[in-house]
Ligand binder design. Structure first.
Ligand SMILES: [Zn+2]
Length: 253
């Protein structure tokens, strides 16, 4: 049994199809799901989806770095309220994104506020890191001691693995590990110990091979898991057992 540790079931490309998507995932051996909040609206939607599938779909509440330009005080307070009242399994996705053009200073402010929220609620954090590895390491090492950290869609390559490991991070591997140009992710996977590794789809984004170009959905985490198992030189079964155990203990589910 596999867990998709990061999907966006509230996305318009998936929500209309909720039952069929979860059923198809089950047929592909994927039975537990963490659906991710990125702002006040998607976090509320994620909580609602989780409440329809208790024990099967879990949710997070977060404030995504590429949306910080619209996060005023009212919105941040609503995110905090949702985190306190809807029983999420983590705060995220949160972090830094230097690919998009949102204000950097504001990204740091929102990130630190979300870290404080995770600390208040004793919850793990799910990190979005796009082209911001060094600044992110700095924030994590200075402000995040004592919290469990998941590097969502890990993309920093093999050279950063040890530095994130030293901070106690767990690594979540997504579809790009299956891509032709995904060698640096495969090299990273080779270095990450099995008990620090989980898999995700980030659906509807980042569809793995052989379905690249189509809509992504949680069942396809199987393709990512197959490729990761191959890199690790173990069976899909062994990979599933290890990553499921790691994901369950990370999210406390
Ligand atoms: Zn995501």
């Amino acid at each position: 049994m596999l867990i998709d540790t990061h999907c966006h079931l509230d996305d318009v490309r998936l929500i209309g199809d909720e039952e069929a998507v979860l059923q198809k995932a089950k047929e592909m051996g994927v039975e537990l799901f963490v659906t991710i909040g990125t702002d006040e609206q998607t976090s509320a939607a994620a909580a609602k989806i989780a409440s329809r599938h208790p024990g099967k779909v879990y949710h997070t509440v977060g404030a995504h770095p590429s949306d910080v330009d619209r996060f005023d005080e009212t919105i941040l307070q609503e995110v905090e309220r949702l985190a306190r009242e809807t029983k999420p399994v983590a705060i995220g996705e949160i972090g830094l994104d230097y690919h998009h053009t949102s204000d950097k200073k504001r990204q740091f402010e929102v990130f630190e506020r979300m870290i404080a929220l995770a600390r208040e609620l004793s919850l793990p954090i799910v990190i979005h890191d796009r082209d911001a590895h060094d600044d992110l390491l700095k924030v994590l090492s200075e402000k995040v001691k004592g919290l469990k950290i998941l590097m969502h869609c890990y993309s920093a390559g093999p050279d950063y693995v040890e530095r994130f490991m030293d901070l106690g991070c767990t690594f979540s591997i997504a579809g790009p590990v299956t891509f032709k140009n995904g060698q640096s992710i495969r090299d990273a996977v080779a270095k990450i110990p099995l008990d620090r590794l989980v898999v995700e789809t980030d659906s509807p984004y980042l569809t793995p091979e052989p379905n690249r170009g189509k809509r992504n959905e949680p069942g396809y985490v199987r393709y990512t898991a197959e490729r990761v198992a191959q890199v690790k030189g173990i069976t899909l079964e062994e990979l599933a057992v290890a990553t499921t155990q790691t994901a369950k203990s990370f999210f406390n589910i």
